[in-house]
Design a protein around this ligand. Structure first.
Ligand code: G3H
Ligand code: 13P
Ligand code: ZN
Length: 324
């Protein structure tokens, strides 16, 4: 099966009340862990590549790794550009065989965002085969943004903007800001409550009211959530018990993502949780075996943990298992 775009994936996900996992990849072990987990769960998957990943691994290596995974697993895989900053990088990826791109013009004005997104859409849709385009509206709520929101800031996506934006751009999916954010430190401790039993920080809930309003205005249209790692405390503990020092790392609770996946959210982006799993596996291995120096041994353990996380997400958060 060749690489696919996200059109059919999202149509089925919307209808079926589940979401497709979009996992960031930077090297061979991560590509293998994601696609082997998806294969074992009979799940479609999106492999996404950031500008940082392209710089780290070189685009040609990532492209070839993904091609190998497609051949090896024979499951529906979309190769997606994550956070494309301008028309040129989107064009380069489309020309080199990506099946989906994100143009992230969310930091620009509404009109500039529309104009740039429209330009990418025209290029991507004229490509044979058709390349799907994800756009973003609203600034992803980070810690500072969230504080601003309490004072009436415009960080969350404004539901009243979405119909005009989608109509004028022709984008295929829309990333929105409802309280998620990138990285392993999504909320300040003072924004959270503390679980009295475990001492673990419990973050404020996502703004499902905004999601619902947007879904009502865009019936049948796929919504994307970025910044959706849950920062599983089990892996944070392994890292910290093996020489690491991650303090107050907190993510989006999985039940909330499961709820989102049942609604119009068809794509959920996860990167930090894979980084934590890889780091936990490597730290644990090296701490247990100080005499080991074969990278296959410790990176192999990192790969096993990443695979475990991806399977867990597919089965318990995304609900995309057995959807091929
Ligand atoms: O959205 C951000 C992703 O986690 C990618 O991060 O730019 O460090 O590769 P990166
Ligand atoms: P996390 O940092 O929450 O994993 O988000 C990743 C992401 O949104 C990539 O675009
Ligand atoms: Zn993102």
């Amino acid at each position: 099966m060749p690489l696919v775009n996200t059109k059919e994936m999202f149509e089925k996900a919307y209808e079926g009340g589940y979401a497709i996992g979009a996992f960031n990849c930077n090297n061979m072990e991560i590509v293998q862990a994601i696609t082997e987990a998806a294969k074992e769960c009979n799940s479609p998957v999106i492999l996404q590549v950031s500008a940082g990943a392209r710089k780290y691994a070189k685009p040609i290596y990532l492209k070839k790794l993904v091609e190998a995974a497609v051949k090896d697993t024979n499951i529906p895989i979309a190769l997606h550009l994550d956070h494309g900053a301008d028309f040129e990088i989107c064009k380069e990826c489309i020309d080199s065989g990506f099946t989906s791109v994100m143009i992230d013009a969310s930091s620009k004005s509404f009109e500039e965002n529309i104009a740039l997104t429209r330009k990418v859409v025209e290029y991507a849709h004229a490509h044979v085969p058709y390349v799907t385009v994800e756009a973003e509206l609203g600034t992803l709520a980070g810690i500072e943004d969230d504080v601003n929101v309490a004072h009436g800031s415009e960080s969350y996506t404004r539901p009243e903007d979405v119909e005009e934006f989608v109509r004028r751009t022709g984008c295929d999916s829309l990333a929105i800001a409802i309280g998620t954010s990138h990285g392993a430190y999504k909320f300040k401790p003072e924004q959270c409550t503390v679980d009295p039993k475990t001492g673990v920080l419990i973050p404020p809930p996502l703004r499902f009211d905004i999601l619902e309003e947007i879904s009502k205005r865009l019936p049948g249209f796929p919504i994307v959530l970025h910044g959706s790692s849950s920062v599983n405390q089990e892996y944070v503990k392994i890292i910290n018990n093996n020489g690491g020092s991650l303090k107050d790392a907190v993510g989006v609770p999985e039940e909330q993502l499961r709820k989102a996946a049942r609604s119009s959210v068809c794509k959920i982006n996860i990167d930090s949780d894979l980084r934590l799993a890889m780091t936990a596996g490597i730290r644990e291995h090296l701490n247990k075996h100080p005499d080991h120096f074969d990278p296959r041994q410790y990176i192999g353990d990192g790969r096993n943990y990443v695979k475990e996380v991806v399977k867990h997400k597919i089965l318990n958060v995304l609900g995309s298992n057995d959807k091929i």
